[in-house]
Design a protein around this ligand. Structure first.
Ligand code: NAD
Ligand code: DAU
Length: 354
């Protein structure tokens, strides 16, 4: 038995692969293009481990995906690969359409051809799990109920629109062709190996470098934060016990405004890595807001708890402490991803913000 993971060198994908192989010996074939967000250093601890087969390649390459399927004959595909950063999707949406929409389409078609040729238990047991986001549901008002699986789709950014499109493709491939799919829509993750373009790792990296901590708009936008290994355990639960064709929302029951997240990071950094110049709070800088910025996301995760018995293991307090400690212990990892391309991105995204 083998599973095929796409995007397994990125933030969540690499945590998933590491977690998977910590928990069992079922091999993982890991297909990743190694874009700026993919990083083999995340998987360094698996070097020489025969259970992990890494393949650098594009999910849009149908021939490659077909070859991987017929060679390794996986019992499941877990599809993480995507362009994932909202701000990048605003500056350049094209790659989001290609990977997130066309790439998912290509995978679905290759999976359908492979699955159609399976027989008996192998066919019945096959799963295509699609990893998606809560952003497909749009933005909540302060008094709205959290997103449930029956909320209408209302994506607002090029990123969330591309993920919504991919969710619809997955749904259609099940309804039309019977492909045994499951989908999870998860809230904001944080933890080790998070690329420092996203709020939490960016704030940690900037604070330690004595740079401004850029808060978009009024900083009162709300996100529902989940420690990454809890997302991984939710995906495993869906893969093992989820009902075919169903969607499961995954979240941390942990809504927090951005400014509170930044203040929590500052408290931990002041404690664990104090600066000679005083509290990192001095670096907080309000900057021009993200265009079309969604005000609030919150997940109603009762379905996955009721049906599959899943709940997050970490609280925000335990998860964020582990995260800050990981970044402090892995400064070299951070330095290695802060390439010229990363600095160009920072210039592009932040230089124009007043
Ligand atoms: P990430 O940007 O850190 O990693 C994406 C990975 O996909 C990288 O390793 C990259 O090299 C790879 N990739 C990109 N294009 C590819 C292509 N064409 N072919 C093959 N590989 C390709 O993303 P992440 O934060 O780990 O997110 C993983 C998945 O989870 C995404 O589908 C995202 O939409 C979803 N998600 C993320 C969050 C979050 O908070 N980060 C929350 C909910 C859902
Ligand atoms: O909700 C799930 C989504 O969470 C995932 O689908 C996405 O892949 C993931 O990137 C994340 O999207 P967000 O846009 O919520 O995450 P980001 O870390 O970019 O921003 C979190 C919040 O912080 C958001 O309200 C914007 C704000 N922000 C972000 C950055 C990078 C700032 O105020 N300043 C910043 O510099």
């Amino acid at each position: 038995m083998t599973i095929l993971v796409t995007g397994g060198a990125g933030f969540i994908g690499s945590n998933f692969v590491l977690d998977w192989l910590r928990g069992c010996d079922e091999p993982v074939v890991n297909l990743d293009k190694l874009t700026y967000a993919g990083n083999l250093a995340n998987l360094q601890s698996l070097q020489g481990d025969a259970r992990h087969v890494f393949v650098q390649g594009d999910i849009c390459d149908r021939g490659l995906v077909e070859t991987l399927l017929t060679t390794h004959r996986p019992r499941a595909i877990v599809h993480f690969a995507a362009e994932s950063h909202v701000d990048r999707s605003i500056h350049g949406p094209g790659e989001f359409m290609r990977t997130n929409v066309e790439g998912t389409f290509t995978l679905l078609e290759a999976a359908r051809a492979y699955w159609s040729g399976l027989e008996g238990g192998a066919k019945g047991g096959f799963r295509f799990h699609h990893v998606s986001t809560d952003e497909v549901y749009g933005s909540l008002g302060p008094a709205d109920a959290p997103f449930s699986e029956t909320n209408a789709y209302a994506p607002n950014s090029p990123y969330s629109a591309s993920k919504a499109a991919s969710d619809h493709l997955v749904r259609a491939w099940h309804h039309t062709y019977g492909l045994p799919v499951t989908t999870s829509n998860c809230s904001n993750n944080y933890g080790p190996f998070h690329f420092p373009e996203k709020l939490i790792p960016l704030m940690i990296a900037n604070a330690l470098a004595g740079k401004a901590l850029p808060i978009y708009g009024d900083g009162l936008q709300v996100r529902d934060w989940l420690y990454v290994t809890d997302h991984c355990s939710a995906i495993r639960a869906v893969l093992e016990r989820g009902r075919v064709g169903e969607v499961y929302n995954v979240g941390g029951w942990n809504e927090m405004p951005n400014i509170e997240i930044v203040r929590a990071l500052i408290r931990l950094l002041d404690e664990l890595a104090p600066s000679a110049e005083g509290s990192y709070a001095r670096l907080i800088t309000y900057v021009t807001d993200r265009p079309g910025h969604d005000r609030r996301y919150a997940i109603d995760a009762r379905k996955i708890e009721r049906e599959l018995g899943w709940r997050p293991a970490e609280t925000f307090e335990t998860g964020i402490r582990k995260t800050v400690a990981w970044y402090l212990a892995n400064q070299e990892w951070v330095r290695n991803v802060q390439s010229g391309a990363y600095r160009e991105w920072l210039d592009k995204n932040y230089a124009q913000r007043a």
